[in-house]
Write a protein that binds this ligand. Sequence first.
Ligand SMILES: *Cc1c(COP(=O)(O)O)cnc(C)c1O
Length: 451
Amino acid sequence: MLYISTRGQTRPHTFTEAVEAGLAADGGLFLPETLPPVRDRLPGWASLSYAELAAEFLSLFAPEISREEWGQLTNEAYQRFDTHEVAPLRKLDDRTYVLELWHGPTLAFKDFALQLLGLLYKRQVRISGKRLAVLGATSGDTGSAAIHGCMGQDGIQIFILYPTGRVAPLQERQMACTGAANVFAIPVPGTFDDAQRVVKDCFGDPAFVREVNLSAVNSINIARVLAQCIYYLWAWLRLPEADRATVEFVVPTGNFGNVLAGWLCQQMGMSCGSFRVATNQNDILHRFFSSGDYQQGAVLPSHAPSMDIQAASNFERYLYYLLEKDQAKVSQLMQSMKRGERVSFPPAVNSFRSSRMSDEEIPDAIRKVWDNYRYIIDPHTACGFTDMAKDRVSVVLSTASPAKFPEIVHVATGSEPLHPSLELLKNRSLKTHPQDATDVAIKFFIRSKLS
Ligand SMILES: *Cc1c(COP(=O)(O)O)cnc(C)c1O
């Protein structure tokens, strides 16, 4: 099993190499050369625990890691979740289920991938004997999940940049109140894009990258996509058999990473009905799936901030399949998009539906779900609760705990969701390392922490 770049100008990598590199050298994203079929394996997987299912699935993608070692890695990653089911599937009524993806340490679905990625980094340090500096920028959830995947691990230091005053207070606390000596939460002036640019500039200095053994944590690592496939299989196996072939997975989306994972499962033989790409007012993907046009606009801040994205980076992976694996064409289209040009694609998208929720509708959606089911959802999950399919079962992926967004949930339902881990954070002292938004400042800071 080897990994190729969507743009075709990078030599094939093993799983371990692709995970370490993150982005391919030609600017493309890694994908498995072929997708292993899972259809015949699914019946045998129905009785496995979440960690066992993860180990079976991931073994298909990384033969260089033994099944036994995968078992250890997935056990360690998912035992940190606060329920033995890891991803509980809740039934709201005969046609509506919610897949709760927020029982990990930072209460959002990114823990599924980043707990595992942290352990893969640890394995890499053990094998290479070289310490690792992990660097990333975040608008909230990715940074805290990455920190919780790496904290306390020998040989790893993690540096996360975020825009001062622009992440939710609880998200900042999740990054800056860990008390772990290898974690550095770094507020920088400006926006998320400024923080992201500084990170890119650091990676643009190959001598520095080698000197400190710098590794990127961002949304495009192939390990993240594969780790996210597992909960689709898990949920599908828990549905009544009669509903499996037609079920619609509803996925609150920004970067297209989460829904791509589900669609890959379908390509591998998990026979399901459709996927609904559920956007907030940043609706580039909704416009694409409803009209075939893909054009970036300005990002509008919303109640569902982790979906405030206008450049869905994982979309390139889907494009590769949509363009029938024509890598030259993928490169060409990505260049046009980068220039801000409007591009149109063949509408070969029958597995997908899409929906959009305006910001004003989000509190209403939270209220309706509360009124109908006495069940509280967060503002990201809320974006899925519109335009429900009438003729089949829906599984709405719930991407964050409502306790992460207490203000809007309170406005909508009159009650304030609490979570013990967040309550603990409120009493801890905040330790941040503010820096200028320049690569010079960040490189200096990283070096000072390594010596
Ligand atoms: C990251 C995130 C999303 C969007 O996920 P993508 O993979 O970018 O589509 C949705 N909800 C929450 C809570 C998130 O943290």
